[in-house]
Design a protein around this ligand. Structure first.
Ligand SMILES: [Zn+2]
Length: 190
């Protein structure tokens, strides 16, 4: 997997849980580009997969990188876990890590379909300019959800990835505590 880590978490923490999620739905993970960004919504995770053979990354002006990818790639947003200045209002790190695993598994299933190379790889373009059905009715989304249900039934749920989920949860918690300390330092100075 070619990890593009736009968060402050260590690469290895993200890498192990992402690869585990890909294996849960039997995607080929080794040459796939996955970009992780930091979200602002507490505990909420989202992703977007696209069919592609090459990904162009802009790391700043005049700084473009090309990465080859195995049929598809995806972006995934890491849930925010934050200790607010007012109290204990933070996203539960364990639930957030579990949401990340589940979201990654869903996105990996889109990539797996691009890797299988069926007609579904082209569904995103829409047929003859007709409007696409709402998200929940799209066949590729229904298949992705069904694949996640199958993975659960095969015992490849978040419990199967327990160790990776816990490692991510601990890293998220550590960041939240660092942020809390920074907020408190600012409050003392103010
Ligand atoms: Zn989807």
């Amino acid at each position: 997997m070619k990890l593009v880590n736009k968060t402050t978490l260590p690469d290895e923490v993200l890498r192990v849980i992402l690869v585990k999620a890909g294996r849960a739905v039997r995607a080929r993970t080794s040459r796939v580009v996955v970009m992780v960004t930091q979200g602002r919504a507490l505990g909420r995770c989202s992703g977007l997969a696209e069919s592609a053979s090459r990904v162009h990354l802009f790391d700043g002006p005049r700084h473009m990188r090309h990465l080859d990818t195995d049929c598809g790639w995806f972006k995934i947003v890491l849930p925010a876990v934050r200790w607010s200045a007012g109290g204990d209002d933070w996203g539960d790190p364990l639930r957030s890590a579990e949401a990340f695993y589940r979201c990654a598994r869903h996105e990996w299933n889109h990539v797996r379909e691009y890797q299988l190379g069926g007609v579904w790889a082209f569904e995103f373009s829409g047929r003859n300019g007709e409007r696409r059905p709402p998200w929940c009715q799209r066949p590729e989304e229904q298949r992705a959800e069904a694949a996640c249900d199958d993975a659960d039934a095969l015992g490849r749920s978040a419990e199967w990835a327990y160790e990776e989920v816990v490692v991510l949860a601990l890293a998220l918690e550590e960041k939240a505590l660092e942020n809390k300390a920074a907020v408190e330092r600012r409050a003392c100075r103010g």
